[in-house]
Design a protein around this ligand. Structure first.
Ligand code: ADP
Ligand code: ARG
Length: 347
């Protein structure tokens, strides 16, 4: 499995003049065109992918361009996606019993609804309808998933900032999403649902229609995973998520296809983070490194966000196992001052 990083934009790599003339007149039912799909890449030369989907149909209609891009990014031959949320036989104890390294654990999945355009293409009225439909389901959740919905427009600036600082709420204004059209009509008909303990959160109307999030302080990866699984079981019965058997769950950005799952720890690695090869070491473990405040942010005081690098061509169970093993190895390397070989079987 490989994942392109730092390489040329995949849009430029795969869009030939022949493909352009073949695809440029096509339009999905929601009006998504080749031009709209690649606008973000045209605006931002530092894009990794350069394309966004406006709806499910985008992945079928523009497959001559999108499938090579998706294969290239994920290293997956698109032979078919299956979900597997079972943890049977996998380690479920505490990854960091001393509490010295892992600050918090979070797993999110992206989901869109089959009947609606995705955030890059959705219109104002449909966004309002989608929000109402989703909020009705969310506010009906029971037990440990019961909570409240807050429209983004209803939050005070102080509350909004606090939640962003606390890793609870999305930030506005990502320039890639802006170019893709995701931020139109901001902040209307977006919002956040959360339980009182902030362990179960749903972002409505960010990059995907839903970002379903389970998180908690410390290193309880199994508890976080199980909470997310039970939420997805309930939500999946009531909401028709966009997906197919080849690409898995359909997301606005092709990097999230498949499981659409990013499982991460915020972790203190003061020694390893001084080494220039931290990113390369993590990549060899199938892990990606982000900063303290997520994508496009920097690490602070040796604290990094470490997560699975790839979401397609793997199951949810594979992601759990990969994060577990990778983080165990990173902690061992940190405590042994980087001496441990990543391939060592002693973990
Ligand atoms: P996403 O995870 O949705 O792809 P980001 O990388 O922007 O997007 O992260 C969203 C938010 O989640 C950020 O505030 C980030 O710091 C926070 N986050 C990610 N992983 C963790 C974690 N393990 N614990 C606490 N917050 C986290
Ligand atoms: N459009 C950006 C690019 O191509 C996004 C990359 C992945 N990040 C995301 N939030 N989907 O580089």
């Amino acid at each position: 499995m490989s994942c392109s990083t730092g390489a040329a934009m995949l849009l430029h790599k795969h869009l030939t003049p022949e493909l352009t003339s073949r695809l440029e007149k096509l339009k999905t039912r929601n009006g998504w065109t080749l031009r709209k799909a690649m606008q973000s890449g045209l605006d931002h030369e530092d894009s990794q992918m350069g394309v966004y989907a406006g709806d499910s149909e985008t992945y079928a209609l523009f497959s001559p361009l999108l499938h090579p891009i998706i294969r290239d990014h994920s290293g997956c031959n698109l032979g078919g996606h299956t979900s597997d949320f079972s943890l049977d036989g996998l380690p479920q104890g505490d990854l960091d019993p001393s509490g010295e390294f892992i600050i918090s654990t979070r797993i999110r999945v992206g989901r869109n609804l089959a009947r609606y355009a995705f955030p890059p293409a959705i219109g104002a009225r449909a966004r309002a309808e989608l929000e109402a439909e989703v909020v009705q389901v969310l506010t009906g959740l029971k037990g440990e998933l019961a909570g409240e919905y807050h429209p983004l427009a209803s939050l005070s600036e102080a509350q909004r900032r606090t939640w962003v600082e606390q890793h609870v709420l999305f930030k506005p204004g990502d320039r890639f999403l802006d170019s893709a059209g995701v931020n139109r009509d901001w902040p209307r008909n977006r919002g956040i649902f959360h339980t009182p303990d902030l362990r179960f959160i749903v972002w409505v109307g960010e990059e995907d229609a839903l970002r379903i999030i389970s998180m908690q302080p410390g290193s309880g990866l199994a508890a976080v995973f199980r909470r997310l699984t039970s939420a997805l079981d309930v939500l999946g019965e009531q909401l028709d998520f966009a997906r197919d058997s080849r690409l898995g769950y359909h997301t606005a950005c092709p990097t999230n296809l498949g499981t659409a799952m990013r499982a991460s720890v915020l972790i203190r690695l003061p020694r390893l983070s001084r080494r220039p090869d931290l990113h390369a070491r993590c990549a060899r473990l199938g892990l990606a490194v982000r900063g303290l405040h997520g994508e496009h942010s920097d690490a602070e005081d040796g604290v990094h966000d470490i997560s699975n690098a790839v979401r397609l061509g793997v199951t949810e169970r594979d992601i759990y196992r990969q994060l577990w093993r990778g983080v165990r190895k990173l902690i061992a390397m940190e405590t042994r001052n980087g001496i441990l070989n990543e391939d060592s079987q002693d973990i």
